[in-house]
Design a protein around this ligand. Sequence first.
Ligand SMILES: NC(=O)c1ccc[n+]([C@@H]2O[C@H](COP(=O)([O-])OP(=O)(O)OC[C@H]3O[C@@H](n4cnc5c(N)ncnc54)[C@H](OP(=O)(O)O)[C@@H]3O)[C@@H](O)[C@H]2O)c1
Length: 428
Amino acid sequence: MGQRQAIGIGLLGLGTVGSEVYRLLLDHDALTRAVGRPLVVKRVAVARADRPRPVPAHLLTTDGWTVVNDAEVDIVVELIGGLEPARGYMLRALEAGKSVVTANKAVLAAYGPELYAQVQSSGGHLHFEASVGGGVPLIKPISESLAAARLTAIVAILNGTTNFILTRMAHSGWSFNDALAEAQRRGFAEADPTNDVDGHDAAAKLAILASVAFHCQITSDDVFREGVRSITPRDFAYAKELGYEIKPLAIARKHNGDVEARVHPALVPLDHPLAQVPDEFNAVLVEGVNVGRVVFSGRGAGGTPTATAVIGDIITVAKDLVAGVRGRSPIGTPVPARVRPIEDVAVPYYLSLQVVDRPGVFARVATVIGEEQVSIASIVQKSRSEIADAILVTHDAPGRAVQRVLARLRALDVVKAITNVIRVQDSL
Ligand SMILES: NC(=O)c1ccc[n+]([C@@H]2O[C@H](COP(=O)([O-])OP(=O)(O)OC[C@H]3O[C@@H](n4cnc5c(N)ncnc54)[C@H](OP(=O)(O)O)[C@@H]3O)[C@@H](O)[C@H]2O)c1
């Protein structure tokens, strides 16, 4: 930073989040009060040169390297999204000893270890509060305020789109496709919803949160992932009858020597802290040996809330630069994690079957389940003339035992269909 008074900001991206960050950065007085020195935007990169922008023309470029390599830029704020060129820009900035603030969950969840290593070796700072939970503060509270909490579990709703879809299905009786269309109409879901509905977005966020909470290296590939497309209005009706909501959960647990990380829809008891989190809202419940349970919740996305989180990180970095502190990131020095295979994770399961409606059939189904050492906690059976719906909730059962049960049930002539299998989140 040398002797310059002002701290130079380089913005990569001026879209939904970037344009709000730029607007908030114009509130010079508040930022100067917070940091003790002015923050000045030196350069702004966008993809398309032909759009009107609320930024002086001499600051604009379509070449991100111009921003990263500008000697007057101390903090590179990466708000482009996607893997490349975002990763390359961030690495180059860190290599040059600059600091990086980003909202990019995809890059962090895929290449986090590479970036954190660069922070250690070159002394710049790396902060990413906005990458998980949008405007809900999570990374800083977990890494700083709860540093002594010895966190052991995260149970969260991290994807607003799927929470909106499942909330509408539960409370308006809509089909998955109708709820998705409404989410798209309201701007919560992309035209291609894969990233949200198949769990990629939540898996990336969970990888980041678990890495911060458990001080280990977890990437998206370590997270078991199952989407919400298979949930039907009938599942909601039976879940309700059994005393459950269905929510899109992201769960990570620290065991003695390994970490479990999974994203999937789950039945949660109606009195669970996450059961009533509605629509596009996010909520994160953490549990720690020294703190018990703590819940964070709020709007997990949107330009202005997310930009607020980005500005918070810029202020954190700027204060460290003023103080002459080097090489800080919420992740510290993470160690590789041993990931528990999903087949070894034991949870209760909801099994929705269609069986022949005759005496003795249910006993055959129950025998198969019992022979695989899985025990049944509750049953709902509804006759529909020749066929009956049989809904079972098991006690804790390892994934591999449930796979064996399903294979054997499929082979039974009295089982006409296994219409769904959903995990249950009974505890925490
Ligand atoms: N939107 C949210 O609510 C939200 C919430 C949390 C986190 N995030 C994260 O924040 C980041 C930004 O999201 P967003 O919604 O603001 O995206 P966006 O609206 O699509 O904006 C992306 C911006 O990056 C620019 N850009 C794209 N490629 C570029 C390149 N190669 N060089 C320079 N500029 C380039 C685009 O330029 P043009 O303007 O010319 O197209 C645009 O200004 C993503 O990582 C996203 O995951 C977003």
